[in-house]
Design a protein around this ligand. Structure first.
Ligand SMILES: NC(=O)c1ccc[n+]([C@@H]2O[C@H](COP(=O)([O-])OP(=O)(O)OC[C@H]3O[C@@H](n4cnc5c(N)ncnc54)[C@H](O)[C@@H]3O)[C@@H](O)[C@H]2O)c1
Ligand SMILES: [Zn+2]
Ligand SMILES: [Zn+2]
Length: 348
């Protein structure tokens, strides 16, 4: 049997490079893609922490990647063997009840399957179900390694962050969490011309990077007066759009404090523990709270934005490692602050 190298989740906190069987077409709607680059998402770290019960030891990790179509099932349309494709973090059939509602994240036979319920992209090859809607041909002008950020980080920042928080021209936006997802929210928020975008994180390097990506102000949430600093930036009114891109109780609590009257809180972070909701403080403030798993239905639009030069994705991938150094790639992303890392890619 043909084998390949893969990054396997072998138990709490551990990732190992192992030999695994090379995937083959199982359904007419499948494709097999030979990876050029995969990348690590904050959600992969949640898997290692045990926050994602559906991801079991033995799983090949990864739901982000760019590669070349190696084999196609007979029902796949839109791509060909040899096409260079972006693999979406969501697989969707396009026909079930949820796909028809546009909530493709909850496709009855897809959704977040790769690197969660079935083997993922951090391997030399991956089987992608529902390939017609889950693979996107990449224009030649978009470099492969940079494009991994469009598998998940960019659609998540845009859909779960910017669109859910209803970012509008002239409004004020605060983003908690300057990881790749928060940065993607920042970059796509700018397309809507808000008057104020503030980034919050504990990592001064990431805050500097956020300013270079266009944040008007940054606040380090290690400071004891974080809340008053942030409120001062809005003359005490609070923010119109509040985006949570960390996934811990403390940051969702801060979001609740920061939402101004009529504001919208968009939760993007994956939460593994109980989080308090302070309705006793929020109930009369005309606030909406939105939470979502990314549908990745904006991916074709994001690719067009990159191609047209309106969205610069070039600086999000800061580090890359060969597959054999996969564990080092994880260590680097886990200690991102120490390595001044944003998105970490794995090359095949
Ligand atoms: N909803 C979805 O569909 C979806 C999709 C992708 C990722 N996510 C989630 O989005 C979140 C961000 O992903 P990422 O890849 O950018 O992760 P990341 O781990 O790189 O970024 C998280 C950032 O939060 C910062 N942070 C940690 N504690 C903080 C605190 N107390 N105050 C302020 N900042 C703090 C960290 O310094 C880091 O910069 C994760 O929870 C991830 O699981 C959700
Ligand atoms: Zn992800
Ligand atoms: Zn479906």
């Amino acid at each position: 049997m043909a084998t390949m190298k893969a990054l396997v989740y072998t138990g709490p906190g551990t990732v190992e490079v192992l030999e695994r069987p090379k995937p083959t077409i199982q359904e007419p709607t499948d494709a097999v893609v030979r990876l050029l680059h995969a990348s690590i998402c904050g959600t992969d770290l949640h898997i290692l922490k045990g926050d994602v019960p559906s991801a079991k030891p033995g799983l090949v990790l990864g739901h982000e990647g760019v590669g070349i179509v190696e084999a196609l099932g007979s029902a796949v349309r839109g791509v060909e063997v040899g096409s260079r494709v972006l693999i979406s973090c969501m697989t969707s059939c396009g026909q079930c009840r949820y796909c028809q509602k546009g909530i493709t994240a909850h496709c009855e036979t897809g959704g977040w399957t790769l690197g969660n319920k079935i083997d993922g992209t951090q391997a030399e090859y991956v089987r992608v179900p529902h390939a017609t809607l889950s693979l996107h041909s990449l224009p030649t002008s978009i470099p492969s390694r940079a494009a991994v950020a469009v598998s998940d980080a960019f659609p998540t920042g845009l859909e779960c962050g910017v669109l859910s928080a209803n970012v509008q021209p002239g409004c004020s936006v605060v983003i908690i969490g300057a990881g790749p997802v928060g940065m993607a929210a920042l970059m796509t928020a700018r397309l809507y011309t808000p008057a104020l975008i503030v980034m919050v994180d504990l990592d001064e390097t990431r805050l500097n990077t956020a300013r270079s990506f266009g944040a008007h102000a940054t606040v380090n949430s290690a400071a004891p007066d974080t809340l008053s600093q942030l409120m001062a930036l809005t003359d005490g009114h609070g923010f119109d759009a509040v985006i949570e891109a960390v996934g811990i109780p403390a940051t969702f609590a801060l979001c609740q404090e920061l939402a101004g009257i009529g504001g919208r809180i968009a939760n993007v972070g994956v939460h593994g523990t109980k989080v308090d909701l302070h309705l006793e403080k929020l109930w009369d403030r005309n606030i909406s709270i939105h939470m979502s798993l990314v549908n990745a239905t904006t991916t074709p639009r994001l690719i067009r934005l990159v191609e047209s030069g309106l969205l610069d994705i070039g600086s999000l991938v800061t580090h890359h490692f060969p597959c054999d150094e996969g564990s080092k790639a994880y260590e680097t992303f886990q200690a991102a602050s120490q390595h001044q890392a944003l998105k970490v890619a794995i090359d095949f």
